[in-house]
Ligand binder design. Structure first.
Ligand code: SF4
Length: 374
């Protein structure tokens, strides 16, 4: 396997040492970073480290205020909305935290063209124009040709189609872009090699390096946007945020034609009754969103329906730029298939309720974000 530059950078660090380094960051160092941010001085990666360190949690109010100001100046008072479409729950990999794991004896389903059209029509009728398609990791049941055809079909309904599927080769990504997809979402899940090994026990997903290299392949193939993420709740979250930031920083500098954005999924219970190993508090979660915003001024930050109503209500205007709404996490979910969900959603409000919420906060809900860009 060809080592990308990021893999080489990644291998220079040790997860346990990063935890130690972050724990040693003093309040004075954090205050220096906040002072720089307040005076609009350019921040460096050391500043980002300071902001994600445990001690920075004492400065939540200052960070929230900076994050709000930066978000408004870069994105205006807007929140983009998107909805996921699960195309398949077939999966040949096993991740201990996921309901779709290969060993789980659940009813498997891959949507055919007619079924995809039904889901698309339901979402289109709600006014949504940006979708995210998802599959498990089954290279034979949902091959690249299936993904590619699905993207082509869905482009008849939506301006923006993002993919969150298994990692591909560069030429395969190019094929998917050619079919009409503009965004690659690929979450590393965890950047801790030990944790990665313990929780990904079967299939292609076992290969941490192959996954770690995938955003590079996506960047080289020309995606308009690349979304990175870490699944918070498996290991030390501060160190996860360090590596997520390192990854984002590298991608942003290397593939300048692609916008980098972030998601911070926090673990939710699922069919395997898997519960978070490490508790990530709301205060930590907020700190991480603010830190991303203060350092990555122009990056999109997504907020999923995994989060509580209260948190989603209060985060509007404080750093996030995009929210999913009314999400169903099973194939055929919008036409009531009763298949098994990948994880439970917390915020089950309808799209129109979320639009009203955004408006009530003085923000505009954007259903078609192309207009903002072109
Ligand atoms: S997280 Fe993805 S790869 Fe892992 S079991 Fe679930 S669907 Fe399969």
């Amino acid at each position: 396997m060809k080592k990308t530059e990021f893999l080489q950078i990644f291998e220079q660090y040790n997860f346990s040492e990063i935890i130690k380094e972050l724990n040693e960051i003093s309040k004075q160092e954090i205050e220096t970073t906040l002072h720089k941010a307040l005076h609009k001085e350019k921040l460096n990666f050391t500043d980002y480290k300071n902001l994600i360190s445990p001690n920075a949690n004492f400065y939540l109010e200052e960070m929230a205020s900076l994050s709000k100001e930066i978000t408004e100046s870069r994105f205006g008072k807007t929140i983009s909305l998107y909805m996921p479409i699960y195309l398949s729950n077939h999966c040949r990999s096993s991740c201990l935290y996921c309901g779709f794991s290969f060993e789980n004896k659940i009813k498997r389903k891959t949507l055919n063209e007619a079924e995809i059209k039904i889901e698309a029509e339901i979402l289109k009728s709600k006014g949504i124009d940006s979708i995210l398609i998802l599959t498990g990791e089954d290279y034979s049941n949902t091959p690249v040709s299936y993904i590619s055809n699905s993207v082509k079909l869905l482009k008849n309904y939506f301006s923006s189609v993002a993919i969150e599927i298994y990692p591909l080769e560069e030429n395969e990504y190019k094929e998917i872009i050619f079919s009409g997809a503009d965004t690659l979402a690929l979450y590393q899940e965890t950047y801790n090699p030990e944790t990665y090994k313990n929780y990904h026990i079967r299939g292609v997903k076992k290969d941490m390096k192959y996954r770690l290299n995938a955003p590079d392949r996506g960047g080289a193939s020309g995606f308009r946007k690349i979304t990175l993420g870490a699944l918070l709740g498996l290991t030390n979250p501060n160190a996860e945020m360090f590596f997520l930031g390192l990854h984002g920083d590298y991608l942003q500098k290397t593939y300048w034609q692609s916008l980098v954005s972030f998601s911070l999924p926090r673990m939710r219970p699922n069919a395997s009754d898997f519960y978070p190993v490490v508790d990530v508090s709301d205060k930590e979660f907020l700190q991480f969103i603010f830190a991303l915003r203060i350092y990555f001024n122009d990056a999109g930050i997504n907020l999923s329906t995994r989060e509580s109503l209260k948190l989603r209500n209060n985060l509007i205007g404080l750093g996030i730029t995009s929210m999913s709404a009314e999400s169903k996490t099973e194939p055929g979910g919008y036409s009531n298939s009763n298949e098994l969900e990948q994880f439970e959603t917390e915020d089950k409000r309808s799209l129109s309720e979320i639009i009203n919420l955004i408006k009530s906060k003085g923000y505009e809900a954007v259903l078609k974000d192309f207009e903002k860009i072109i």
